[in-house]
Design a protein around this ligand. Structure first.
Ligand SMILES: [Zn+2]
Length: 250
């Protein structure tokens, strides 16, 4: 599932290749991907405009359009990605496509059809971005309550962008147990957690996604800690399958 690093790379795809190009047509015929809009509604709002800026907060991504046009929200779903100026995908895997007057295109390519395109997305429920949040705000938002630390980290209304893999990678890097009560962390532990979250996120953006994390390759039955060799624990925490090193993560 796309986490913050995957969405940031998708945002960079837009920024690098799809801005300031006149929109000549929009294929929004997939009414599931474009819900709640009727076919043609997004097209009517976008044709003749340009995309002018691409933004992201957590896993939410949105694009501004020219002449004070509408905001276009794009969501990658479980396995979607954005492509620019590629040949059309087979099997209608391009679920939503913006065609440019110069002959190019931007498409949401999504085999599983769980991505989404919509106008004026509601961003009010999205917390501050996990990679940008200040130290004070991180302490205040994460370091409270009785929920397991991992559940708190993954609550998109608390901070936005951390999914299952990035949470496991970050907690391993920070030597913290996913089952710790969030409110029990010291300020020093919270600061360390924030530091490792930013480092893990930056590394994943650079290397191409959360699957590149040092811990992730060992995150399987029979896996051992890549630092100390201890067999990893496995349990459901915060509703998600979780791996951690019981010797080092306390
Ligand atoms: Zn270990």
């Amino acid at each position: 599932m796309p986490e913050l690093p995957e969405v940031e790379r998708a945002r960079q795809v837009i920024e690098a290749g799809a801005l300031r190009r006149r929109i000549s047509a929009v294929d929004d015929a997939d009414t599931y991907v474009a819900r709640p809009h009727a076919p043609g509604e997004i097209a009517d709002a976008l044709v003749g405009r340009e995309l002018v800026a691409a933004h992201r907060r957590g896993k939410a991504m949105w694009v501004e359009t020219s002449e004070d046009g509408p905001i276009l929200g794009l969501h990658l779903g479980m396995a979607g990605r954005l492509v620019v100026d590629e040949d059309p995908a087979p099997n209608n895997w391009d679920r939503f496509t913006i065609h440019f007057a110069d002959g190019g295109m931007l498409a949401l390519r999504d085999k599983r059809r769980l991505g989404r395109a919509r106008l004026e997305p509601d961003l009010d429920l999205v917390g501050p971005d996990a990679a940008e949040i200040s130290r004070a705000e991180f302490r205040a938002r994460i370091g409270r309550g009785t929920a397991p630390l991992k559940a708190r980290l993954m609550d998109q209304g608390v901070i936005a962008g951390v999914g299952n893999l990035l949470a496991d990678e970050t907690l391993w890097r920070a030597y913290l147990s996913p089952r710790r009560e969030a409110g029990s962390l010291s300020e020093e532990e919270l600061d360390r957690l924030r530091r490792e979250l930013r480092a893990a996120t930056r590394a994943a953006i650079r290397k191409g996604g959360v699957h590149t994390g040092a811990f992730i390759a060992h995150r399987e039955r029979g896996g051992v800690c890549p630092r100390c060799g201890t067999p990893l624990e496995r349990a459901t925490v915060g509703g998600r399958t979780t791996y951690w090193c019981p010797a080092e993560q306390i």
